[in-house]
Design a protein. Structure first.
Lengths: 328, 266
């Protein structure tokens, strides 16, 4: 039944979605190659969740089109639903049912036969380290266990394409690391994954490519390394041997990058716009000016720097919430 | 392989719609049994109403041609199923709030199943509550003056009205998005229909403008139909109007509720 998978498993072109005067999406283009992970990175309210909701058929876009696993979301939403798994920001599981009952129900609603649903539920519980808790109601589960069950529920139908909307928001570091391990395994098995997150570390750790979203638009896209090289800045800190060389060093380095003053007069800090490639020129400039150096430190850019330089703010400091998407 | 086959044709999709609805019914009924305190409270309130009207207000209310307890019980039955319908709204609001509706909507299941399964589970619960009410009613002196089959028909009619009404509550639940608001929104909606009706007092004693409303609204017709069926009297008009009201509610609010569901996101 599995048709040959297309090379591109998620494709969005010009997605627009407005809620009243709020422009949740303002023309989003995305492409996720089969078997890879795209991280949608952005602050709260950037449009990440709206994007996922359109791709998973929960919302219809006002304009634009999207294809998931080769199926058009507008023309054949049920076809898309059969090929995707979705785990959202909340653990969307029934608290009054046991873990096993929850997964069995999702199996039945995926139209798997009863025996297959039961077997699949047991398999997933074992895989997610929930086998012992399978017969307890979810009410008694910890936050991390609920998230694992939620992710398991998204996998009942073995979907080739998986959407995870902020899968680790609100989890403690241990549960987060354990969930990352599970996600790694899925990707290793060939699942195509679109993941939204406001944690730069998470995007860096899990995603092959990262799309930075802000105000309903993709403002940058690339691998973490590319983004860091393009938008981050490398800072070089030089400790000079002779204090009287300080002025000479500053003048020489001004031609290479932006010189900043520090508290320590023996240290000169240079921001290199071209990334680490400029390091050679730093050394050359210092040598040419005959400045003796006792220490040289290179600070590589982080995704935080990328985010800051792209959006003018850090990833988690905005507390606006995603626009309430209650269609009226 | 593991991607389930699409439903083929009208027969296929109808079969899945039924199967999906039954899965959701199973889930909801299982959920009800897991919160025994909720089950108990859904019995306690109507029982308290019986005792309140039977023993506190009852002595002061005179109804022509019947004892007050016989007059009262049909009203209490109808009130019970109406209040039971609120549970449909509360349950759906809770599902929406917890993100479950989004999960269901991302699955290849029938769009009607969540609502059909919820309302069906609530019918089952209503049947149990009505049975308890019948027992309590008999204990406080209520008697059927017609035949057992007319009584059974009255109870079925009642359950049907409650079912139709729960679709109205489904819209409320999906619109407000959390259990507390669903409850708060439902009450002012139900209150005038249940109390400005023939459920507890004869409408003749009301001011004429209120009686005009009370005499023509669905709760009164339902109460009168049940009363006719268990106490005796000409039944045809009240029963037919009641059925028409309930069928009309289903025909209008059923599709509206499904429409609301198709757009619901938390």
């Amino acid at each position: 039944m599995l048709a040959a998978m297309p090379d591109v498993s998620i494709r969005a072109e010009g997605l627009v979605k407005h809620f009243g005067s709020v422009h949740a999406l303002d023309g989003v283009d995305l492409e996720v190659a089969t078997g890879t992970v795209l991280g949608l990175l952005g602050p709260n309210g950037a449009g990440k969740t709206t994007c996922v909701r359109i791709l998973t058929t929960l919302l219809r876009p006002d304009a634009g089109r999207a294809e998931v696993a080769g199926v058009d979301v507008a023309h054949d939403p049920d076809g898309v639903r059969r090929r995707i798994g979705l785990a959202g920001q909340y653990a969307a599981v029934d608290e009054n049912l046991t873990g096993l009952e929850n997964l069995f129900m999702v199996g039945r609603l995926n139209h798997l036969p009863k025996d297959v649903s039961r077997r699949r539920a047991a398999e997933l519980l074992a895989r997610f380290d929930l086998a012992d808790a399978g017969d307890r109601t979810v009410k008694t589960y910890s936050g991390g266990m609920r998230r694992r069950l939620d992710l398991a529920a998204a996998l009942v139908n073995n979907p080739p394409v998986l959407f995870l909307d902020e899968p680790t928001t609100g989890l403690d570091p241990r549960s987060r690391t354990s969930l990352w391990g599970v996600i790694d395994d899925l990707v290793a098995e060939g699942t195509t994954l679109l993941l939204t997150t406001q944690y730069l570390e998470e995007a860096d750790r899990l995603a092959d490519r990262i799309a930075v979203v802000d105000h309903g638009r993709v403002i940058a896209e690339g691998t973490a390394t590319e983004l860091k090289a393009d938008y981050g800045s490398t800072v070089v800190e030089i400790e000079i041997a002779r204090l009287r060389d300080a002025g000479k060093a500053r003048r020489a380095l001004a031609a290479v990058g932006h010189v900043r003053d520090g508290n320590d007069r023996r240290k000169v800090r240079v921001t290199l716009e071209e990334g680490a490639r400029g390091l050679v020129e730093v050394v050359r400039a210092l040598d040419g000016a005959d400045v003796q150096v006792t220490d040289l430190d290179v600070h590589e850019p982080s995704l935080d720097d990328v985010f800051l330089s792209l959006t003018g703010r850090t990833a988690t400091d905005e507390e606006e919430t995603e626009p309430e998407a209650k269609a009226s | 392989m593991s991607i389930a086959a699409p439903a083929r044709g009208w027969n296929g999709s109808l079969r899945w719609a039924v199967s999906d609805a039954l899965t959701i019914t199973w889930r909801n009924l299982l959920g009800i049994t897991r919160i025994p305190e909720l089950v108990v409270f859904s019995f306690v309130q109507p029982v308290m109403f019986v005792l309140l009207f039977r023993y506190v207000f009852g002595g002061a209310i005179n109804v022509p041609g019947a004892s007050y307890v016989d007059f009262l019980m049909p009203g209490i039955f109808v009130q019970t199923v109406m209040f039971g319908g609120v549970q449909t709204g509360i349950g759906l609001a809770e599902d929406l709030n917890k993100g479950l509706i989004e999960r269901f909507r991302s699955l290849p299941m029938a769009r009607s199943a969540v609502l059909a399964g919820r309302t069906l589970a609530d019918v089952v619960r209503n049947v149990f509550v009505v049975i308890i009410m019948i027992v309590v009613g008999f204990a406080v002196g209520f008697r059927v003056h017609t035949s057992w089959w007319q009584f059974v028909f009255a109870m079925l009619l009642l359950i049907f009205v409650g079912y139709a009404f729960s679709w109205v509550m489904a819209i409320v639940g999906l619109s407000v998005g959390n259990a507390e608001s669903a409850q708060a929104a439902a009450f002012p909606l139900i209150f005038p229909f249940v109390f400005a009706s023939s459920a507890f007092v004869p409408t003749q004693t009301m001011p004429s403008w209120l009686a005009a409303f009370a005499n023509h609204q669905p709760v009164s017709y339902t109460v009168d139909a049940v009363r006719d069926l268990v106490l005796g009297g000409p039944t045809a008009t009240d029963v037919w109007v009641t059925i028409a009201y309930a069928a009309g509610m289903l025909a209008i609010f059923g599709p509206l509720a499904v429409r609301r569901y198709r757009r619901a996101v938390s």
